[in-house]
Design a protein around this ligand. Structure first.
Ligand SMILES: CC(C)(COP(=O)(O)OP(=O)(O)OC[C@H]1O[C@@H](n2cnc3c(N)ncnc32)[C@H](O)[C@@H]1OP(=O)(O)O)[C@@H](O)C(=O)NCCC(=O)NCCS
Length: 210
């Protein structure tokens, strides 16, 4: 499958500043940017910056980010699912995982996460993919936001829902291990029925239980 990546951008006004939301951003441009200290939800900022550069260089990888000048303040990643997860079992060339979305604490709750997804999904190429996100509460910044798991789950539903991602049932044990965890997905308009069937088969692997 040829991974077409078309660049889109938009400005958002946060705290009286105009920030640029853009992507997919090529690896060399991302490597030359600075990475905000507040981007530490998943790894220390330097390591996360490096990981994002690697994702941007993958054939299927996409990084959409928000920046103030050359300072990255938030990002969303899209890439093939981790080979250790069931979502890679069928090796679907047209299934991408929205792996992480993070916005620096100083600019949260201003619509930036939704703007990241708006720019990401402006690319019509995403109509050729199933895009999934696996939400595990242990990845959420409950401490930093002061939200409880259900309030945080609501925020994630609003963010993901803004891009047309919807809740989907699954018997994946990790997702089922806590009721706030969930699988969300968006099936692009041009995804063939065979890919949807293969995705459904990955969602349910213990049918004898039902
Ligand atoms: C989750 C996260 C990406 C949201 O980013 P954000 O830029 O604050 O999100 P948005 O401003 O686009 O908010 C989306 C919606 O949630 C609401 N929201 C966001 N933060 C909120 C908060 N702390 N309390 C109440 N509502 C909140 C917004 O008001 C908005 O609601 P609306 O659609 O009704 O207008 C951000 O909190 C973050 O980086 N968290 C750490 C990393 C993480 O948990 N990532 C998710 C797992 S990969």
């Amino acid at each position: 499958m040829e991974h077409i990546k078309r660049y889109y951008s938009k400005h958002v006004a946060i705290n009286g500043k105009s920030l640029l939301v853009e992507g997919p951003v090529p690896a060399d441009r991302l490597a030359a940017m600075r990475f905000d200290d507040g981007l530490k939800a998943f790894r220390i900022p330097e390591e996360q910056h490096k990981a994002l550069v690697e994702i941007a260089a993958l054939p299927e990888g996409r990084i959409v980010l928000v920046r103030d000048g050359d300072l990255v303040l938030g990002y969303a990643t899209f890439l093939y699912p981790d080979p250790m997860e069931r979502w890679s079992q069928a090796r679907l060339p047209d299934l991408l995982e929205l792996g992480a979305i993070e916005v620096s604490q100083s600019i949260r709750a201003g619509g930036v996460a939704k703007a990241l997804l708006e720019v990401a999904f402006s690319d019509d190429a995403l109509e050729d993919y199933i895009v999934i996100t696996t939400e595990y509460y242990w990845h959420w910044d409950l401490k930093g936001t002061g939200l409880d798991v259900w309030q945080y789950r609501k925020v994630m539903e609003k963010v993901m829902g803004s891009a047309g991602m919807v809740w989907m049932a699954t018997d994946d044990p990790e997702i089922c291990s806590h009721p706030a965890n969930c699988l969300m997905a968006r099936i692009g308009k041009r995804v063939p029925p065979e890919s949807v069937a293969a995705f459904d088969a990955m969602r349910f692997q213990n049918r004898f239980l039902f």
